[in-house]
Design a protein around this ligand. Structure first.
Ligand code: SF4
Ligand code: SF4
Length: 78
């Protein structure tokens, strides 16, 4: 389980979430920020501070953004 960053981050990327993550698992990508699902401890701190509500728990990602669960995961498979 992990939190996931979705579409609203694209074009915003203000990095508020990065500052509050206790395990430093949020990393900058070209288009958006990404959460490393193997490191995230599900604390929810990032979700609370995102100004555009781009962050969701994996189980509560809105239907239209479900592909972002895999997109976040794939970012760390390099
Ligand atoms: S839920 Fe907590 S551990 Fe996971 S990315 Fe957000 S701030 Fe970091
Ligand atoms: S706080 Fe929200 S908009 Fe800002 S970088 Fe994090 S996910 Fe993107």
């Amino acid at each position: 389980m992990a939190y996931v960053i979705t579409e609203p981050c694209i074009g915003t990327k203000d990095a508020s979430c990065v500052e509050v993550c206790p395990v430093d698992c949020i990393h900058e990508g070209e288009d958006q920020y990404y959460i490393d699902p193997d490191v995230c401890i599900d604390c929810g701190a990032c979700e609370a501070v995102c100004p555009v509500s781009a962050i969701y728990h994996e189980d509560f990602v809105p239907e239209e953004w479900k592909s972002y669960i895999q997109k976040n995961r794939d970012f760390f498979k390099k």
